[in-house]
Ligand binder design. Sequence first.
Ligand code: ATP
Length: 447
Amino acid sequence: MEKIISLCKRRGFIFPSSEIYGGFSSSYDFGPLGVELKRNIKEVWWQEMVQLHEQIVGLDAAILMAPKVWEASGHLSAGFADKLVECKKCHKRFRFDEIANSKSKIQNLKCPECGGELLPPRKFNLMMKTYVGPVEDESSIAYLRAETCQGIYVNFKNVLTSMRLKLPFGIAQIGKAFRNEITPKNFIFRMREFEQMEMQWFCHPKEADKWFEYWKERRLNWYINFGVKKENLRLVEIPEGERAHYAKRQIDLEYKFPFGWKEIEGIHNRGDWDLSRHSQFSGEDLNYTDPETGEKFIPYVIETSVGVERSLLAFLVDAYEEVKGGRTTTTQATKEVEVVLKLHKSLAPIKVAVLPLVRNKEAIVKKAKEVFELLKPHFMCQYDEVGSIGRRYRRQDEIGTPFCVTIDFDTLKQEDVTVRDRDTMKQERVEIKNLPDYLKEKFRSSL
Ligand code: ATP
């Protein structure tokens, strides 16, 4: 993790928030490369969930919602709370489930920091509060949403009627969520502000089990298709008693992080919990009427819910490779360890680097800039002329750039360039006029 965190900072992926003020607990800012990676993850998720499923539509609901929503959803009651324990001596607070298991007795536990005695656990609600409007009183309290899906449930009817949908269908959304986590940690794994990509699949209750299986497999395969190693992923069935308050069935999709197996995505059968509660609390009838049979019922919901940053961390960790002794054959430089980020081509923040072989030959630099202009409208490109060519290849390997295009002396005679593949390190000569199509085909065939 130390290496990943340092790479993220050094190469402009992720910075601690408000760093010049000493940082701000558990908040992170995404730098120029981080923001590209994040955009790409969201893009491929949207393609997978919305573009490839004609029965799934998108939504972008507001973060602030009527507070009643959170009463109905169960988040304001004890349902959405972690058990917190406090040390009598150092007053540090911990999540009970992180220092104990369900059978542990508080008397037998000690403070993990100072060994002090712990106070009995109490429930701590994770909702973030704010005030809406100029007066800060009870009536102006609002909450920053703790999960994006409530915006979907309250719009169920709007979407159903405006889009003339029939069951089964899904609504997908990407957006910020906020949780006042007791112990945010492990870099961007657990934060208080994060982004979720959620899809709610509405179906007939009798079909819920079938769809649960479908989405479980589909979601697992999504990670594998985008390059995550199979052996680093697993599905864990959560037994009754340990599930989220809304879940009839719950599977955690876990990734093997350097700090252990941890959830990156939850697949839940939420039954009719949310729609019936919103019907009850709002007075709005959220039943669905089958146009063929006339049957009236509250649909069941299968949810797939993943954190953008958590999946980003898994993609990064999985892609990170160190090559001892160096992998670059074109330079003498390499007794050191070289880093390659083997991100899937669709996820790589920079797709193509354009590199003039030397910077002191005007004709080469001019040609390289022409190639850069040619490629820029098609791919996220970076132009780099600083340092030896070997060093520049390594800089691109370290940020996961799939292709480096080098403009050399032969280019001036032949109108062609060298294209270097990050993974195979093979170099191919390609005519400049064919370059956009050649690269497009490479990206297409990686899907
Ligand atoms: P955990 O048990 O780790 O707290 P959870 O079971 O509460 O997670 P869900 O409510 O199922 O998580 O949320 C779905 C997804 O949202 C998680 O799989 C994770 O990817 C992401 N997520 C949840 N909480 C956080 C957080 N504090 N920081 C970053 N991502 C989060």
